[in-house]
Design a protein around this ligand. Structure first.
Ligand SMILES: [Zn+2]
Length: 348
């Protein structure tokens, strides 16, 4: 169901919002691969191939413990597999999860022998057995000998060390949006619960395998886009559209703030007829309700000619926080996004 109340409320403050994104004279193309990748932002830190929130790394890297009864998996009861947050290795099956009353997610067995390794832990004046991911060495929790049958073991986990994959979540869908500079679009969508992967890229143009510079020249016909792989059981296409319309100004023709050119056009590249009709209905509703003063110019086109962007564009904001465009344009937007969409984030 389409609910635009929230979007309208957000846009009532749009003047302040637009001031943030257009108040400076920076354009993303001005700052590209010449800026060497810098340290990560204060919110996310590198772990293996991933960027993970600091509080997660404090547990899995530094051996910390989350406060009891605060983790998101303490009372979690869905069928599926709990994997390592650091490397995605499967660790525990939901069928061995039980209510231990400890305040931490508890299991009486591992998913397969060798999935976790045990290390003697003499910290805090106790003798305990620490458990770590056998694949990436992430600290997970401890194992005690006071569990239920058949093993008599209690694997006591930190929720933040785990990522849950639901049993019937094998099917994913894709959505592709053009909403201005893809650094910002990728960063925000990637943080939503239910979004599996986001690929920055170029779509809807004529040139084969275009480079960023060619796309930025505005001559290839491509739009900068984010191609989103999502789990429709966790997040709907409607919800993705809500963020799409929040993240940019769909009434600006071929520009977003100081980023000017057809490569910055507002466009939904639909992957199915269902996506097409949902998008068109949403636009109709937004127009009828006059959410914006000017008409929505968002194009609705079938996905075509998608090319992934060069590797250095992936996770650009998190890897290049010192970049001026990131600091003055992307960062304020991302911070605002995290507040407004707080309850929909993977880590909140
Ligand atoms: Zn791991």
């Amino acid at each position: 169901m389409l609910d635009i109340t929230r979007l309208r409320n957000i846009w009532l403050n749009r003047n302040a919002f637009l001031a943030i994104i257009s108040g400076c004279f920076l354009s993303s193309c001005t700052y590209s691969q010449n800026d060497a990748p810098m340290k990560s932002s204060s919110d996310l830190v590198p772990y293996g191939d991933k960027m993970l929130p600091k509080n997660v790394c404090q547990v899995i890297q530094d051996g910390g413990t989350e406060r009891p009864f605060t983790g998101k998996y303490v009372y979690h009861k869905e069928k599926g597999t709990y994997c390592c947050i650091g490397c995605d290795a499967p660790l525990f099956a939901s069928s061995t999860k039980y209510e231990s009353g400890s305040g931490w997610p508890s299991f009486y067995d591992v998913i397969s022998s060798g999935a976790v390794k045990e290390v003697k832990d003499l910290s805090h004046g106790m003798e305990r057995v620490e458990i770590r991911c056998a694949k990436c060495d992430a600290h997970l929790g401890h194992v005690f000998e006071d569990g239920p049958k058949p093993t008599g073991l209690r694997y006591c986990l930190n929720s933040v060390a785990l990522d849950f994959v639901a049993e019937n979540s094998g099917t994913t869908e894709e959505a592709t949006f053009g909403a201005g500079c893809f650094w910002c679009v990728e960063t925000c969508f990637k943080e939503l619960e239910g979004v599996v992967e986001v690929y920055p890229g170029y779509a809807g143009g004529k040139t084969m395998n275009p480079t960023y510079e060619q796309v930025c020249s505005g001559t290839t016909g491509h739009a900068e886009v984010a191609r989103i792989v999502f789990n429709p059981q966790k997040i709907s296409f409607d919800e993705l559209l809500e963020l799409f319309w929040w993240i940019h100004d769909p009434t600006q023709l071929n520009r977003q703030g100081n980023d000017v050119g057809t490569q910055y056009r507002s466009v939904v590249f639909y992957h199915s007829e269902a996506q097409k009709s949902t998008t068109e209905k949403y636009i109709e509703k937004l127009t009828k309700e006059k959410v914006w003063d000017n008409p929505v110019v968002t194009e609705v086109k079938e996905i075509n000619n998608f090319y992934r962007a060069e590797q250095y564009h992936h996770d650009y904001f998190n890897l290049n926080p010192q970049n001026q465009y990131c600091q003055y344009v992307v960062k304020p937007k991302v911070e605002k996004f995290r507040k407004i969409f707080k309850e929909k984030l993977k880590y909140h």
